[in-house]
Design a protein around this ligand. Structure first.
Ligand SMILES: [Zn+2]
Ligand SMILES: [Zn+2]
Length: 961
């Protein structure tokens, strides 16, 4: 046993050491299975989990820390429970975020991506990634997460890029990708289309401008009549191609078929009738700008109106804007309003609160704008993605959400989903594999499975083809991860004859689906609500779609339940500050997990998060709790030092721990001392509850149960009691010829063995929550000769056999007696160290227990003698419980205090008794309540009545002053 465990617990030293070791030795690597992994049987299915890939630009925040703590607890627990556990890490290339980061650097250097050109810019981003991109993974390594680093991916890796390209060309060949001009959300700063999900809407005070458009009569002459329209974006009028009215609006019936003169532009535009127009809103006439508004675009389609885009990529007015060309949109707005006013066409300016869309990345106001983009026809994919989550006829679900309410949110969204715009006008990302022909202007997309770029137009054979400049939405590639990380679609990566990890090789070779067969579908996804639609939904759509073509390992076709990318989704909650406020930079209440880890250690921070994590409940992160769990780790450290010291002392006396028994669930003989039977029973009961809690994602329950066991039962009670048995006298061995001494020695060895066994087992129980301190102490238990390379590869404690409830009940009674004596001593003013005899009156059934346990009671309650009596001597200070009365002769009796205490007790018992009687007198309750509840209530009533009587008698017996 280690004599060299440092006196003080130093989490930083321990954690740095083990975090480094685990990564260096690639401890949690799971090689590609060389033979099929049993899908059932004793070990069960592999437990596979993907890390939601953080942005390569990211830094670790509290949300990551919670997410990774939850994933690591589950992965370690499943691994220790005998399943092959694989956790795959990686980072996302994060198109917009990364491009912005590098562009900012370029601006500082006085240059820009446009000056560099596309290729040089891409090189620059790669260089940036090489330099800074790994920061967040390095932080993860310090947290000790048990991921397989040999499988680390980056979404722009060649292997994953092949999957992205293949997914695109297959969807295109299946007629599910099209290109067209539609209204998109355009960010003029990022200069790209962004998805609806990336637009943040904010209420803003603005204006509503009312403008009148002159009506034209025959021959194009103004009739002197006007139609008034209203707009929040007057600059868009430059692109108006009609004004729409409701067909039955009586105000305008006489204008059907007439034309208007578009002010400032002098263009004739038609009046169109469309039932979509609301008669009640404003004047009932709306200007139609098909190129700058989604509703207007739809009207334009219905009436075959031209679309005139009046803005360029930076939202400045373009050549279609006449005299306003070159002006920024807001500058143009001012000038247009002024010009209208000058011409007497501005009717009114009204205050107006508007919901304005902003770019999620850069906060610029988004411009709805007509633009040619690539889209996925969502319907057949969404249908499958709905079927994967909806319960089937038998009520089974291929994917189960926790908390369950996310199932409804998901289904609602998926049911109303629109075609997905997958193109982005960025330079960083997967470039769309489509080529435009300079001659026939048609598009060439390679055939599925084809390698290399096309050399000529597939339609006219011309070699004048150029690749599409747009890149794919980042979520297109991350949506493919569950299939692509396990080798899809290129299952030919292992060199013939060479066994070994196919996930490392990229060469040509034999068809090898070993990874995919073993690990797809994954078991669980743990993620935040914020990316439910962005990512979770897309993985389900793409995963179900593409994996359906991959046969099962036995060659049969893949059912939906095996096509899904994961079988369970756990949506974790938010980490808020101690006052339940959302953490935000502007509020200045952001807690940096790395800072707090430096202060208290990873183990304490992990335990804090776990102790508050349960489905659907936000976490109010309070540093005071972390401090408390740092103290918990310290307590365990000190317990270890005490145990090791005794093991060493015992060894000197020739008594050794029975090492054969370490690593199993401890068991004890029926005639073992009460505390041994009890702590072992407690351990089994604790293990049963912890396993059940983790099964239900109740991290909080599991953490609290382990905490109570380790700190309360093990450290506070058992360690104190077991000191009684750890009396090693060297001469006993030398003179150990007498039977009595030998039996005593056997008892000491058994006590020592149980102590070490239970401690070792408790370390395993705690290990998924606090991996570092448990690793360190577990190695120390085995004195540097552990049976495995890590505690992570031992078995998780599981309850076995029947739990010894007699021992639990007996010990409970002894503990209660000790607690009552301690309370009595305190109330009656005993000196801390003073030792006193006690009188105990109890039923015959408990007398033997108290007699046998008297050494325990004496030691833990500072008692010189436990006298079992038939009646507590009058005049002693007394406490009563249903099972016993206990009395001490107090150094001084404070009569007033004693009277007050008893009076309070009496009031409390009377209240309790009345409540119980009321309930037992309620026939409605008696008819409905289960029998055991009624039984319990009756027992409680009887007990309270007894206590009440005793308290009344005690009050009566107090000397009158
Ligand atoms: Zn932007
Ligand atoms: Zn062509």
């Amino acid at each position: 046993m280690p004599h060299d465990l440092p006196k003080a617990y130093d989490p930083t030293a321990i954690e740095d050491h083990w975090a480094g070791t685990w990564v260096r030795e690639n401890l949690f690597a799971v090689p590609t299975p060389t033979s099929p992994v049993p899908s059932q049987g004793p070990v069960g299915q592999p437990f596979v989990i993907l890390l939601p890939p953080p942005n390569v630009t990211g830094r670790l925040h509290m949300g990551h820390m919670l997410n990774q703590t939850e994933m690591d607890i589950l992965t370690r627990w499943r691994r220790m429970s005998g399943r092959l556990a694989l956790w795959v890490p990686g980072t996302d290339h994060a198109g917009i975020a990364t491009q912005m980061m590098v562009e900012r650097q370029l601006t500082e250097e006085g240059t820009s991506r446009q000056k560099l050109g596309r290729e040089a810019f891409a090189e620059r981003v790669w260089a940036w990634k090489q330099h800074y991109g790994g920061a967040i993974l390095e932080q993860m390594k310090r947290l000790g997460v048990s991921v397989d680093w040999s499988r680390e991916y980056f979404t722009m890796d060649e292997r994953l890029s092949i999957a992205v390209r293949e997914a695109f060309v297959r969807l295109y060949a299946q007629g599910l990708i099209y290109r067209g001009a539609y209204i998109v959300n355009w960010c003029p700063r990022c200069q790209t289309a962004i998805s609806d999900l990336e637009v943040v809407h904010q209420e803003q005070k603005g204006h509503l401008w009312e403008i009148k458009y002159p009506v034209l009569g025959d021959g194009g002459k103004e009739t002197g009549e006007f139609i008034t329209v209203a707009t929040t974006r007057p600059e868009t009028m430059l692109g108006d191609t009609a004004v729409a009215i409701h067909p039955e609006d009586e105000r305008y019936l006489h204008l059907h078929g007439k034309k208007l003169l578009l002010p400032l532009m002098g263009r004739e535009i038609p009046i169109v009738v469309d039932p979509w127009v609301s008669r009640e809103f404003g004047t009932g006439a709306v200007k139609v700008t098909p190129a700058h508004d989604p509703n207007d675009f739809a009207i334009g389609e219905r009436h075959h109106l031209p679309s005139i885009n009046v803005m360029d990529d930076r939202a400045a007015i373009n050549e279609n804007g006449g005299p306003y060309q070159g002006l920024d949109r807001y500058v143009a707005r001012k000038k247009i309003v002024a010009d209208l006013e000058a011409q007497g066409l501005l009717v009114a300016i009204k205050e107006y609160t508007n919901n304005v869309g902003h770019c999620d990345r850069c906060k610029t106001v988004v411009e709805p704008r007509l633009s040619t983009q690539w889209f996925i026809k969502i319907q057949p994919l969404a249908e499958k993605a709905i079927a994967a989550v909806k319960p089937d006829a038998d009520g089974n679900k291929a994917i189960r959400f926790t908390p369950e309410n996310y199932e409804k949110i998901y289904l609602e969204w998926m049911t109303n989903i629109h075609d997905w715009c997958i193109s982005r006008q960025l330079w960083w990302g997967h470039r769309i594999p489509a080529w435009h022909c300079g001659v026939c202007h048609k598009i060439t997309v390679p055939q599925p499975g084809a390698t290399g770029d096309p050399a000529a137009c597939a339609h006219c054979g011309s070699e004048k083809i150029t690749q599409e400049t747009d890149v794919l939405d980042t979520w297109f590639s991350s949506g493919l991860l569950p299939v692509s990380v396990f080798g899809w679609p290129n299952f030919t990566s292992r060199t013939p004859g060479a066994p070994g990890p196919s996930h490392l090789g990229t060469g040509e070779g034999i068809e090898d689906r070993a990874d995919f067969d073993a690990f797809y579908p994954t078991s669980l996804l743990v993620t935040g609500f914020d990316i439910l639609f962005f990512w979770v939904a897309r993985m389900i759509m793409l995963g179900c779609w593409f994996s359906a073509d991959v046969p099962m390992a036995d060659g049969s076709s893949r059912p939906l339940a095996e096509s899904v990318p994961f079988k369970e989704v756990y949506i974790h909650a938010l980490v808020r500050d101690a006052n339940r406020e959302k953490m935000s930079k502007t509020k200045g209440n952001v807690i940096d997990p790395i800072e707090i880890v430096k202060q208290y250690g990873t183990d304490a921070v992990r335990f804090t998060l776990a102790s508050m994590a349960s489905p659907g409940t936000d976490i109010a992160f309070n540093v005071a709790r972390t401090e408390g769990y740092r103290a918990f780790a310290n307590k365990i450290w000190n317990a270890a030092r005490f145990i090791f010291m005794n093991v060493d002392r015992a060894a000197e006396a020739g008594i050794t721990v029975d090492r054969e028994l370490l690593g199993e669930m401890p068991a004890v003989a029926d005639d073992a001392p009460i505390e041994a039977r009890w702590i072992v029973a407690e351990l089994h009961a604790t293990a049963a509850k912890v396993n059940e809690s983790l099964e239900n994602y109740r991290y909080d329950e599991a953490a609290s149960i382990i905490y109570q066991f380790f700190w309360g039962s093990f450290c506070d009670w058992y360690l104190e009691i077991v000191k009684l048995r750890l009396d090693f006298e060297g001469d006993q061995v030398v003179n150990g010829t007498e039977g009595e001494i030998l039996s005593d020695l056997r008892g000491t060895r058994a006590a020592l063995t149980t102590l070490v066994q239970v401690f070792e087992c408790a370390l395993r129980l705690l290990s998924p929550f606090m991996p570092f301190i448990t690793e360190e102490l577990w190695h120390a238990v085995y004195d540097g000769k552990p049976p495995a390379t890590s505690i992570a590869f031992t078995r998780y404690p599981k309850a076995a056999g029947t739990i010894d409830n007699d021992a639990l009940n007996a010990m409970d009674l002894v503990q209660r007696l000790i607690i009552e004596i301690r309370a009595l001593r305190k109330e009656t003013g005993f000196e801390e160290r003073a030792i006193t005899p006690v009188e105990v009156r109890t039923d015959v059934v408990y007398q033997e227990l108290f007699a046998k346990s008297s050494p325990i009671i004496e030691r833990l309650a500072r008692v010189s003698n436990v006298n079992l009596v038939s009646e507590i001597t009058a005049g002693l200070a007394k406490h009563s419980t249903p099972a016993f009365d206990v009395g001490v002769n107090p150094p001084k009796i404070d009569l007033a205090a004693e009277r007050e205490r008893l009076t309070k007790d009496i009031a409390r018992y009377e209240k309790g008794l009345a409540a119980a009687e009321r309930q037992l007198g309620n026939e409605g309750f008696l008819a409905k309540a289960p029998a055991h509840v009624v039984e319990g209530l009756k027992k409680q009533e009887a007990e309270t009545r007894l206590l009440l009587e005793k308290a009344r008698a005690a009050l009566e017996a107090l000397p009158k002053d």
